[in-house]
Design a protein around this ligand. Sequence first.
Ligand code: MG
Length: 385
Amino acid sequence: MTIKKKIAILGSTGSIGTQALEIARTQKDKIEVEVLTANTNAELLIAQAKEFNPNHVVIADTSKYLQVKEALASEDIKVFAGNNSIAEIMEITSADTVLTAMVGYSGLLPTIKAIENKKRIALANKETLVVAGELITKLCSTHQVNIIPVDSEHSAIFQCLVGEDLNTIEKIILTASGGPFRGKKLDELANVTKAQALKHPNWSMGAKITIDSATLMNKGLEVIEAKWLFGVKDTQIEVVIHPQSIIHSMVEFTDGSIKAQMGLPDMKLPIHYAFFYPERIKTDFTRMNFKNYSTLTFEEPDMQTFRNLKLAYEAMNKGGNMACILNAANEIAVDAFLKDKINFLGIMKLNEKCMQKVSFIAKPTLEDYIETDIETRKIAKDLIG
Ligand code: MG
């Protein structure tokens, strides 16, 4: 019998968080929700807390503390506010698994605290590994903590590697849908709108990651994420555009054999897998029918037009704090694009400029990463004007 999983969901009101709770709702006898945290969506957090009755709730936006506290006054739930509280809860919660589903850099410190407290990490916040992959990987081995990826590509690779010797990996092949602007050239991209960029052809996701998919930054971040998760060399990670998003990624082994993991593009599958690994638990998710997919196609990514993917490879090759710089610049750039302050191509330009301007540190400490993040955001904002 499956032991009941005690789960903390960091970022419970976002796309991954709400899908994780859908799973918790249908697997009530197997999942206990211990912690829920949200950035600003107090209304939804309150509703979730009333339904799932966790021990701890955190609203990062301190101005909404009283609203949440009062709404949950009659429940047996402890309410906290502020980003620091999310990290602090990791020390007191009895959760055994932490789903890191917050957006961007904010995932870093809570994830570190969760690892130090020996929680199993269901990693949806790829930025944590992009920013500080070396540090996080070391911390995991010190505390003997496993990271189970929730990112669909990395879940696919992880599933392909079950039972395999990691030394027999020849190549990791990350698939990418190509996003809504696949095939477009620079002159066509100059005037694309926010609404067009937010329309992902296959996956339903939050705004930040959907824009990242349109610029191929998401795939760039995933390349770096793969390097740290699977301990491979930079040259062993390849990206192939696969517009149907049925093959979620592949591993080629040293004997030439290739394993692929497939399924319908539904984030509930990798979340579910991460919660219950190494077990596979039955679901009633919609099954894929091969007869509906007569053609699966593959093509080379256009890294000249979608510079972000190239910048990510460059940042990975350079090492040090360069990926941290790229990530911070990109968070500011995407936010500025969503607020109509820069255009689509401006995102890639801003990222490239920040990589040139921000001080490079070859062997960064945690404090250096924190400093780099602050410095990059400042420079990026100055560049936007
Ligand atoms: Mg992904």
